[in-house]
Design a protein around this ligand. Structure first.
Ligand code: CMP
Length: 141
């Protein structure tokens, strides 16, 4: 079944000039890009997005990093999109990421790990609607 996931090309990857290369990986991995935009999160937007991690010791570091520069947010579509995107990006910590994954090739640490991916269909829906209005999701090109 074709479904959706949410992705971020994070500030480290944008700063390093890797946006285009990662966008190309998304297309070559067979995802249909329903929407994409370049934004700079405010600290409070980052805190809201990652609210589930608010009690974790790395929350301050994570939200400061995510609001430190431009990032690209994307709504993606593919059969089993959540699982397929997580396979494409690799493990959260790039040291543990498989060869050929985006985090293996572009991430530098668990904190600055190049990309984000939703962890469930339910969270994909929540995360897509955090950044995109319904009219920004383009079903048919
Ligand atoms: P992401 O997939 O965006 O979801 C939550 C993020 O928290 C995760 O990627 C990591 O970038 C970050 N994170 C997880 N564990 C740590 C950690 N130990 N130190 C710093 N950041 C972390």
């Amino acid at each position: 079944m074709s479904n959706r996931t949410f992705a971020i090309i994070k500030p480290d990857a944008v700063r390093n000039g890797d946006t285009g290369k990662i966008y190309d990986r998304i297309l070559k991995s067979g995802f249909n890009i329903l929407s994409a935009k370049l934004i700079k999160l405010t600290l409070s937007q980052a805190e809201g997005f990652y609210a589930v991690h608010s009690e974790r010791p790395f929350f301050g570091e994570l939200t400061e990093f995510m609001s430190s520069g431009k990032c690209m947010v994307l709504a993606l579509e593919k059969d089993n999109a959540v699982l397929e995107w997580r396979k494409t990006i690799g493990a959260t910590n790039p040291i543990e990421a498989d060869e050929g994954t985006i985090r293996k090739d572009f991430a530098t640490s668990v904190g600055e790990n190049a990309v984000h991916g939703s962890d469930s269909d339910e969270n994909a829906t929540i995360e897509i609607s955090y950044f995109f209005t319904g009219s920004e999701i383009i079903q048919n090109s």
